[in-house]
Design a protein around this ligand. Structure first.
Ligand code: ADP
Ligand code: MG
Length: 544
């Protein structure tokens, strides 16, 4: 144990809580590890789910690391840094969140052991950096180039959803994910997953889920007297309100006679009619408006046989533009047939009791919507998260064309490689590199444990395989023994691992380097900004 620093002079505001040195480190590490503990049992194909109930009683059942951490509303500052790890992982690559958090916690666990042996935090940090660089280098050397290969895309999707609610309908969801990504891929091979949306539907069975090539909008036409469908339709996209212009100034119009009122209304009608006439002239059969459409405009549009939808989301407008080839016009003056696009079919349909506008049969849609059916809202939510993971891993693999074996294989390979490397470094950093090597083993250990096998037996088996040079050996969750993951089609995108290792190391180092925590006194209860709740309060009991 280290000596505590004395604080003879008080320089901080009354009530400020301060923890220094080893005490600060130990508390931060305990908090960070508690976060990993919250998600650890969900890892892998046999991971369990969590049921989370919020203050108003709504229930979330999930296996998804990031979903759990977001629901938990974690308060402790160091614990929040772990949540950031998961968020970064999710934003950057869409999968591998649990692995990243578990790895970061494990790095901290061994760091604490080294601190107890009086190894300086900077030495540990330095060793961890060396280890991280080496690990990335080794990881790259075992990555497999897969080129453009639909089967591998399918396999990464399957690996991502195994163990989640969507697994029961794996075939359907993997097919959907691969088709969706190929649909929106650019010629240069990049993929922007924003062009795929997932609509969650409560009712029906998961097997009814499908990919719609085109855009599905969660809206109805503005007026029931408008046509409910349009074929071979010219489409206009407008980002301006079709309403009588409100004056810029706060002018008051005083109307003193019915004749004046009539003149005023006539003027309004003339203006709206003129706009609708211009729309009719473009030949548009369908109008999507990002802003409002007033009653009078509605009336004229209906009379002209135009199907119109108002207050369409900006993101939907972008997708519509991409699918139909129409540009989004931002002023009424710019309405012209040059700006219209095309859809083979636009129709309002009801699916699982909800009305949608389907825009399909476009020439080169490059945008898609996945309709995910779940028997209940909770199921539908969890399916959506799984499909979202699948989409991201397929997109990443499509772009990078590089994968690594799953099932803990790369972690063991890197662990073995790092141990070897540590021997060549010497000095105290060697201890940290060895700690990094041990931390990697937590992934296969946890996969084995969650699948109900003796983790140590499995680990030994895997280590032996890797030392024999079987770099693709991972855990077979049916037997608990080592097996060739590539032969079984269990592969993860390289980028998911690269990112997980990078963010785990970064977070661990950052938390480790803090040796002084100064938390302001809490303001009066009831109006706490979350970070001020600070030091003591964790949402869950600390684990050891
Ligand atoms: P994460 O949030 O880290 O993605 P998951 O619960 O999705 O957590 O688990 C991912 C891990 O499970 C990866 O290491 C992956 O290779 C592994 N995995 C997935 N499917 C299988 C399988 N069929 N057999 C063995 N390991 C698998
Ligand atoms: Mg996953």
């Amino acid at each position: 144990m280290r000596e505590q620093t004395q604080q003879p002079v008080i320089i901080l505001k009354e009530g400020t809580e301060r923890k220094q040195g080893y005490e600060a480190q130990r508390e931060n590490i305990a908090a960070a590890r508690a976060v990993a503990e919250a998600v650890r049992t969900t890892l892998g194909p046999r991971g369990m789910d969590k049921m989370l109930v919020d203050t108003i009683g709504s229930v979330v059942i999930t296996n998804d690391g990031i979903a759990i951490l977001e629901e938990l509303e974690i308060q402790h500052p160091a614990a929040k840094m772990m949540v950031e790890v998961a968020k970064t992982q999710n934003d950057e690559v869409g999968d591998g969140t649990t692995s990243a958090v578990v790895m970061a916690a494990e790095l901290l666990r061994y760091a604490e052991e080294l601190l107890e042996q009086d190894v300086h935090p900077s030495t540990i940090a330095k060793g961890y950096r060396l280890a991280e660089n080496k690990a990335q280098e080794l990881l790259n050397s075992i990555a497999i180039d897969v080129g453009k290969n639909d089967e591998v895309l399918w396999q990464v999707a399957a690996t991502a959803i195994t163990g989640k609610g969507a697994e029961a309908e794996k075939e359907i969801f993997c097919d959907i994910a691969v088709k969706a990504i190929k649909l929106i891929a650019e010629e240069d091979g990049t993929v922007d997953t924003d062009f795929i949306t997932i609509e969650r539907l409560t009712g029906g069975s998961a097997a009814e889920s499908k990919l719609i090539e085109g855009v599905v909008i969660d809206k109805e036409r503005v007026n029931a007297s408008m046509p409910a469908s349009a074929k071979e339709a010219s489409v206009l996209l407008l980002n301006a309100p079709i309403e009588y212009k409100k004056t810029e100034m706060d002018a008051e119009i005083s109307i003193t006679s019915t004749a004046q009122l009539q003149a005023f209304l006539d003027e309004e009608e003339r203006m709206i009619k003129a706009v609708v006439d211009r729309i009719v002239e473009t030949g548009a059969k369908v109008l999507f408006c990002q802003k409002g459409i007033d009653d009078m405009a509605e009336h004229f549009l209906a009379k002209a046989g135009i199907m119109a939808v108002r207050r369409v989301k900006k993101s939907d407008m972008e997708r519509l533009s991409r699918a139909t080839g129409a540009s989004v016009i931002s002023s009424l003056d710019a309405i012209s047939s040059d700006e219209t696009g095309f859809a083979g079919l636009v129709e309002e349909k009801s699916v699982a009791g909800k009305r949608f506008i389907f825009v399909t049969d476009c020439k080169n849609p490059k945008a898609g919507t996945i309709l995910v059916h779940g028997g209940t809202e909770t199921v539908a939510f969890e399916l959506q998260r799984a499909v979202d993971d699948a989409l991201h891993v397929v997109a990443t693999t499509f772009e990078d064309q590089r994968v690594v074996p799953g099932g803990g294989a790369p972690e063991i390979e890197l662990s073995v490689g790092l141990r070897d490397y540590a021997g060549r470094i010497g000095g105290r950093s060697q201890l940290a590199v060895e700690a990094f090597a041990r931390a990697f083993e937590r992934i296969p250990l946890t996969l084995a444990e969650n699948a109900g096998f003796d983790p140590i037996d499995t680990l030994m088996d895997l280590r032996t395989a890797h030392e024999r040079g079987e770099s693709t050996a991972g855990i077979d969750v049916a037997t608990g023994k080592s097996a060739d993951m590539v032969a079984q089609g269990i592969v993860d995108p390289l980028r998911v691992k690269t990112q997980a290792i990078a963010s785990a190391a970064e977070a661990a180092i950052m938390i480790l380097r803090i040796d002084d925590v100064i938390a302001a006194a809490a303001p009066s209860p009831g109006e706490l900004p979350p970070q001020a709740a600070g030091m003591g309060g964790m949402g869950m009991p600390p684990m050891m």
